[in-house]
Design a protein around this ligand. Sequence first.
Ligand code: EPU
Length: 340
Amino acid sequence: MERFTLIRNARLDQRTTFRVPARAAWLADVWKSSALPPLLAETAAGERPLLLLGDGSNILFTRDFEGLVIHLATRGIEILADDGQQATVRSAAGENWDGFVRWTLAHGFSGLENLILIPGTVGAAPIQNIGAYGAEVREFVQAVEAFDIIEQRFTRLSNAACEFAYRDSLFKRRPQRYIVTAVEFLLHRQRPMQLAYSGVRRQLDVMGINRPTPTDLGRAIECLRRGKLPDPTVIGNAGSFFKNPVIPIEHLKLLQRAHPDVPYHAHDHRACKLSAAWLIEACGFKGMREGDAGVADTHALVLVNYGGADGAQVWALAERIRNTVADRFGVSLEPEPLVI
Ligand code: EPU
């Protein structure tokens, strides 16, 4: 099998979950990581912008991309070490994330069930440090394998070297340097479950489960997600469009005078995290629609493409939301997906 295929002036419409029209000057589908050095040489990649695309579930194209888009289609999950209690499991970057979570549950590992059903690939998971229902992937990552474009060699970064933060990592900040090729996870067979996130226990009650297994918890979270987040295979979207903003405690106190019910979480001793969805809903955007771009009616943090919107229209709506929230609350919302 060819190790990579290269298309010039490629359409990306079906390559992202927003399904907006866009083209890339070059698009490479890579079937084996070892194809990266020859691919980068053949396309003179050092001289053009580079973009890594997984399942395209966290990106919005507002225009064409003048560089090389690399889609890693590598496959393979293997157990590298296993002492009966914990194991190191390695997955190729191109594996589907949800499929990987289900593989770990089927093999008796716990922990990733809170992250079930998140769209995207395994390789993309550490880049934006995916998180949901009280867990973040950084808690399970032992190391990330990547191709270092500057040093022209394959490398392995420990968890600490990945500089993980809320929806952020070294890889997100240095997209022209690293191509994530595989992720090594440290997984346990017995691990305390994370049930604290709002709504989780209630959902388990509804399902009649009072002593959940990790698989039960995964099923409960699946129900919660399906109830709130529009399915990207049905309606174009990229999950949360904004990060939850972190603001100083003094700012929160001012906000609470006018809005005593504003929801927040502690962040550190000087700052707290607000709910972007609440701010957006309070400004009246939930469920609104401008042409084919809109805000989901089940969750105010999710922008959607009802079919015919282009990226510029989605982005125009996002800008309107940002400006309105900034005017009304003095809070600045940052996009969560990559916006080109
Ligand atoms: N809320 C509203 N209106 C809404 C939705 C939510 O006011 O339409 C308020 C409610 O007060 C609710 C609070 O927002 O209690 C939190 O809502 P939710 O539990 O849905 O979580 P979120 O903070 O909006 C984050 C992640 C999601 C993740 C959920 C569940 C970010 C940017 N988003 O959303 O991740 O699934 O928690 O853990 O951190 C993603 O990153 O793409 C994503 C979907």
